[in-house]
Design a protein around this ligand. Structure first.
Ligand SMILES: NC(=O)c1ccc[n+]([C@@H]2O[C@H](COP(=O)([O-])OP(=O)(O)OC[C@H]3O[C@@H](n4cnc5c(N)ncnc54)[C@H](OP(=O)(O)O)[C@@H]3O)[C@@H](O)[C@H]2O)c1
Length: 507
């Protein structure tokens, strides 16, 4: 057996096709997409008849583009340095075409070039289009692809598109974008990407819940006190201030990544692993989120912004002092939500969700706090929170699952102290997981849309998030609570959990 294939189960190899990347001179292509394709080549997971066509405005030659991409793989691929033998195979499949996206003639040239590549590589006109550009140009690309007849709506040859986030900036723009894409593609051809769904730990949520008989019977309001989902980032704007001013953390993190985590924790068991079955359950869960009551808005949503402070011993500027940020900005860099789910499983169980920049550390995790024992036999109630049963699913860093429970302290008395039982990905399997983009690109090549977002899913999540933005707009907030960088958020957020038993964890 080829040593590169060892240990890979259920290998599937996609059909021959050309992957066309729009926005190929950008950061994402160099840092994520081409390194992912290189790794897939290295693992022998791509078809022998395969090519990549990069399209962007930069006037690169094919040689220059290949050189840039090799450098990208050299810096960012999972296994470095780049192996010459793998590159010799992969590099020769990479092509480039300079084009303006509003130039129909350029799309005609693209069609001709792709047909030549089909002939050269023996590819039956299958296409995977990747939109790695600013969303403002998505409609233009779709329209021109349609006009020059580059999109097949048939099963053979097939055409698919992967669309990068952000998918709209509110409900209306997401609906408009869905309509525009569907003028040329069928919904089943559209793969809206959220790279969180490519992470092993995130996929493991399904396995953990539905492959084990132990947890599902207690995964409900009778046993779970509350759920917390935290996405904390220690970094600030890193040059993305102008982008962030328009987005804010609610759009940038919650509408997409954290809502995906929320769905996987809260959804009902799907009837199968089929993409429709899983996505139906996610949408059903999102539909059962209770709209935030306007008259109690502050009890359900808190936003904040970081001021100057210290992160990991280093002095850092406040958000409004970051380049590209309005000095009077009210854009939120911190948001915390208390979400209630109106269904039988979760009635009265709050889901607390928070996302923020410039926190004391970088961590993304989900913690499920179980109800206390009905009677404090050991008198442990004074220290109830210390011996609470909490299941923590760590998404990053140190991916794994930790169960916190109370144990007897050795010695003559019956003292109870918290201890952990821990599973870590790194040590348990002894092999490195693929990068999220490797997994997701491969799935799209194979026509498996399970880990991509469906049209109704984007719209139902935007409906909720747009509701929050509208309430902020109505409140016309000129001031936003500020907290020093390097702390766990504004004081106002402490009141959201309302009781000591559900207070925010400090991961
Ligand atoms: N970078 C990331 O880590 C990341 C993560 C998640 C999502 N995303 C999303 O992925 C997409 C791409 O991000 P990025 O960071 O790669 O952006 P970027 O570095 O700004 O690259 C944008 C690309 O689009 C091309 N482009 C823009 N307007 C064009 C036009 N009118 N005609 C032709 N080409 C045009 C640019 O070509 P020229 O250089 O030739 O102008 C460039 O290749 C965005 O939607 C972003 O939100 C990025």
């Amino acid at each position: 057996m080829n040593p590169l294939r060892e240990g890979l189960s259920q290998e599937r190899v996609p059909e021959p096709h050309v992957m066309v990347i729009f926005g190929a001179s950008g950061d994402l292509t160099k840092r994520k997409l081409l390194p992912a394709l290189y790794s897939l080549t290295r693992e022998r997971l791509l078809p022998a008849n395969f090519a990549v066509m990069g399209v962007a405005r930069q006037d690169y030659t094919v040689e220059k583009f290949r050189e840039n991409m090799r450098e990208g793989c050299h810096r960012y691929a999972r296994r470095r340095p780049v192996e010459d033998s793998v590159w010799a195979e992969f590099g020769r499949c990479i092509f480039y075409l300079p084009a303006e996206f509003d130039d129909l003639e350029a799309f005609k040239t693209l069609k001709t070039r792709l047909e030549e590549i089909d002939g050269q590589f023996g590819i039956p006109a299958n296409r995977l289009f990747y939109f790695s550009t600013p969303p403002s140009v998505f409609p233009l690309i779709v329209e021109n692809l349609g006009k020059v007849g580059l999109v097949s709506r048939q099963h053979q040859p097939w055409s698919r598109i992967i669309v990068e986030k952000p998918f709209g900036h509110d409900l209306q723009s997401a609906q408009t974008l869905n309509r525009q894409l569907k003028q040329v593609f069928r919904e089943t051809q559209i793969y809206r990407i959220d790279h969180y769904l490519g992470k092993e730990t995130v996929q493991n949520m399904l396995t953990f819940r539905f492959a084990n008989g132990l947890f599902e019977p207690i995964w409900n309001q009778y046993h779970i006190h509350h759920v917390q989902i935290t996405s904390a980032e220690s970094l600030g704007m890193e040059g993305r201030g102008a982008y962030f001013e328009e987005a804010g953390i609610l759009r940038d993190m919650v509408q997409n990544h954290l809502y995906q985590l929320l769905c996987l924790v809260g959804m009902e068991p799907p009837v199968s692993l089929d993409s429709s079955a899983i996505r139906d359950e996610k949408v059903k869960f999102l539909r059962s989120l209770r709209p935030i009551p306007a008259d109690q808005f502050d009890k359900y949503v808190v936003r904040g912004q970081y001021g100057a402070g210290q992160v990991m011993g280093e002095s850092v500027p406040g958000y409004r002092q970051e380049p590209g940020v309005n000095p009077d900005s009210t854009t939120e860099t911190y948001v915390a939500l208390r979400l209630m789910v109106d269904n039988w499983r979760w009635g009265n169980v709050p889901f607390f969700v928070r996302a923020a920049k410039r926190m004391p550390k970088k961590v993304t995790d989900i913690s499920i706090k179980f109800r206390n024992a009905p009677y404090a036999l050991f008198g442990q109630n004074q220290g109830a929170s210390e011996v609470a049963n909490v299941l923590t699913i760590r998404i990053q860093p140190d991916e794994g699952i930790i169960l916190h429970f109370g144990s007897k302290v050795p010695g003559p008395s019956m003292d109870v102290a918290p201890v952990n039982m821990e599973f870590r990905y790194g040590t348990s399997f002894g092999k490195e997981p693929p990068e999220a983009y490797e997994r997701l690109i491969l799935d799209a090549m194979l026509g498996d849309s399970t880990l991509f977002i469906r049209d109704d899913e984007t719209e139902v999540s935007w409906k909720f998030i747009t509701g929050v933005h509208q309430m902020w707009a109505e409140q016309n907030l000129r001031k936003i609570p500020e907290h020093p960088a390097g702390t766990w958020g504004p004081r106002e957020a402490e009141a959201l959990p309302a009781t000591r038993a559900s207070e925010w964890r400090k991961p």
